[in-house]
Design a protein around this ligand. Structure first.
Ligand SMILES: [Zn+2]
Length: 338
């Protein structure tokens, strides 16, 4: 995603009509900030560990496996091999997968073909939740402190691999425990190839899927996007589009995190809107979507220091962060979001 867009895009650009429609669909059950912080204080004192187990060792291995392919820049053999590996994993766990090819552009504006990958749990169930993450990695490290590094691709251990890894582990464990949830795992391509400071080129896979979902007239109760969910000391705040268009789901996730003792990661704090794949889902399909993303307005540039640098490698990945996110999402799916 592009940091520069945060300040330039106002929430108004998504449109009030969509906002009203979605908030009505959500039942208007948003809680006040006061209630939220009261609840979190209470819950901190009596943390409950009633949860759906999440194996962070397994998730970490999936980060490692993706990084081992090298840079997964679209239209490269490494990117294709990684996508094929993801499909292989999902199939081995018993999923029927589908792929969507679409026309897009790479970082330099050259026409290329993107590929979205989808796997569904209990496709016959109409009550569904969409889970998504991007699996492509950025062709340039344009925020690296060293000029020489800026033209080189990033490894994307966090920006790309971490969200995919948590989704893969959620997919594996849901099958293993024969979950009765209706889940769709959407791995989108061509998210991270936009030009810094421009609105063009970002989130191409999710924009395409929103126009042409894998199932005609696709509906889901809500969507959860995982982006950069593996960094050490990550902070997940209330991203503005998520709070405006999916407040009840956002509060449910953050409340679940507090109950599980992950309040240091899931912070009850509003931050600005990010143009990320969840916006495509909100705008294109009017599905309330929450972005769980490592972004904190207290930091100099909002994102973690490794964002779009050569520092986005395995060294900055924390099993505890993966655990916090996986356990929170898995527990919320099987309890309150059901
Ligand atoms: Zn990125």
């Amino acid at each position: 995603m592009n940091k520069n867009k945060i300040t330039r895009l106002s929430l108004g650009t998504v449109g009030l009509t969509i906002a009203l429609g979605l908030m009505t669909a959500c039942g208007g059950a948003s809680q006040s900030k006061e209630k939220q912080s009261e609840a979190s204080t209470e819950l901190k004192e009596t943390p409950k560990r009633e949860l759906v187990a999440f194996n962070a060792d397994s998730a970490f291995r999936y980060v490692n496996d993706q990084v081992a392919f090298g840079h997964r820049v679209p239209n490269t053999p490494e990117h294709k091999a990684c996508g094929d590996w993801m499909i292989g994993k999902l199939k081995a766990w018993g999923y029927i997968t589908s792929e969507q090819a679409f026309q897009g552009t790479d970082y330099h504006g050259k026409a290329i073909t993107g590929r979205n990958i989808i796997a569904s749990l209990n496709p016959e169930i109409s009550n569904r939740i969409l889970l998504l993450a991007h699996y492509d990695t950025r062709a340039v490290a344009d925020h690296d402190g060293l000029l020489d590094n800026r033209s080189k691709a990033i490894l994307g251990a966090d920006d790309g691999a971490s969200g995919v890894a948590v989704l893969l582990e959620l997919a594996r464990s849901a099958k293993a425990r024969q979950s009765d949830l209706g889940l769709d795992f959407l791995f989108v391509d061509l998210e991270d190839g936009g030009q810094g400071g421009s609105d063009d080129g970002w989130c191409q896979g999710s924009i395409f899927w929103a126009k042409e979902p894998h199932k005609a007239d696709y509906k889901a109760k809500c969507a959860i996007l995982l982006d950069m969910v593996g960094g050490k000391n990550a902070k997940f705040c209330w991203e503005a589009y998520s709070k405006t268009y999916a407040a009840p789901y956002l509060y449910t996730l953050w409340d679940t995190a507090a109950k599980l003792g992950w309040g240091a990661y899931f912070v009850n704090k509003e931050v600005g809107g990010l143009v990320d794949d969840h916006v495509s889902i909100i705008k294109g399909r009017k599905i309330p979507a929450v972005d769980i993303v490592n972004y904190d307005s207290d930091r100099e540039n909002g994102f973690a220091n490794h964002w779009h640098t050569q520092g986005d490698n395995l060294n900055i990945i924390s099993k505890e962060t993966l655990q916090a996110v996986g356990e929170t999402v898995g527990t919320a799916l099987e309890t309150k979001l059901k």
